[in-house]
Design a protein around this ligand. Structure first.
Ligand SMILES: [Zn+2]
Length: 255
């Protein structure tokens, strides 16, 4: 039975029998895996503290051909999301759920692993969550090839002006257009179109160039945060065809 040793991010776990857990994790080199962690629910377990969502671990597991479930033999804690500030903890499950939704079983995706690991490091270092969440969503959607290029209008090709009026996401979520092509007046908001202001586009330009740790203490203006969030939610709804459980949880927490 082949034995594998690699870095991984824990995505979620669920109970199995009296004492065990099924663990869903994203490996650096072999995609998403599901494995049994024997005895993980016992008080003194060799997995204790290492199976929280978004924890980065060094895992050792056995995998047999034709079996969906691998067997985890060890998970060594490398970085825990519990190091993050209390107000950031509400986002941990959100990041983990998004990675779980987009990662494919046994389909290697090292860039997704690196995005998750870098996001964890930034969380643990205290990077504020609104900026980090929008950064993470932007890159996640970009890696999946579903983020419309935020540089120029899809219809007429004119570069988006960093000043007003910005860019509009067309219904269906596949392209960003300028105000003229969107048929929107300056500052117009309608249920049909979602707008990104010049400041939101500037944030995307920055996010495209730097690792998340360099967001440092970046404070997104609440209005810019809302615009980016609205566009990212719309893109996720189109491409996942559902709303995530953790999105509802975050919304409830905000009420
Ligand atoms: Zn245009």
């Amino acid at each position: 039975m082949p034995l594998y040793k690699t870095d991984a991010l824990i995505l979620r776990t669920y109970k199995l029998g009296e004492a065990d857990r099924i663990v869903v994790f994203l490996t650096r080199d072999r995609g998403k895996k599901r494995g049994v962690a024997n005895g993980a629910r016992r008080a003194r377990s060799r997995f204790s503290g290492a199976l929280e969502p978004l924890t980065r671990v060094g895992v050792t597991y056995f995998e047999r051909e034709q079996r969906d479930l691998v067997r985890l033999s060890y998970a060594e804690l490398q970085c825990s999301p519990l190091l993050a500030a209390p107000e950031a903890l509400s986002h941990v499950g959100y990041f983990a759920e998004l990675i779980d939704e987009w990662a494919q079983d046994s389909d290697p995706n090292e860039r997704l692993f690196r995005l998750g690991a870098a996001t964890l490091d930034a969380l643990a270092a205290g990077v504020p969550t609104p900026a980090l969440a929008r950064y993470f969503e932007y890159w996640l959607l970009r890696l999946q090839g579903v983020y419309p290029p935020p540089l120029a209008c899809h219809r007429c090709g004119s570069a988006f002006d960093r000043d007003e009026p910005g860019a509009w996401l067309e219904p269906g979520g596949h392209v960003l257009t300028c105000a003229r092509c969107a048929g929107a007046g300056p500052g117009e908001e309608s249920g049909r179109l979602v707008r990104l202001s010049g400041d939101a586009l500037a944030f995307l330009g920055l996010a495209g160039r730097i690792p998340p740790l360099e967001l440092g203490t970046w404070r997104l203006a609440p209005s810019v945060d809302r615009e980016l969030e609205a566009v990212h939610r719309a893109l996720m709804r189109v491409h996942l065809e559902k709303e995530l459980r953790s999105v509802r949880v975050l919304r409830d927490l905000r009420r």
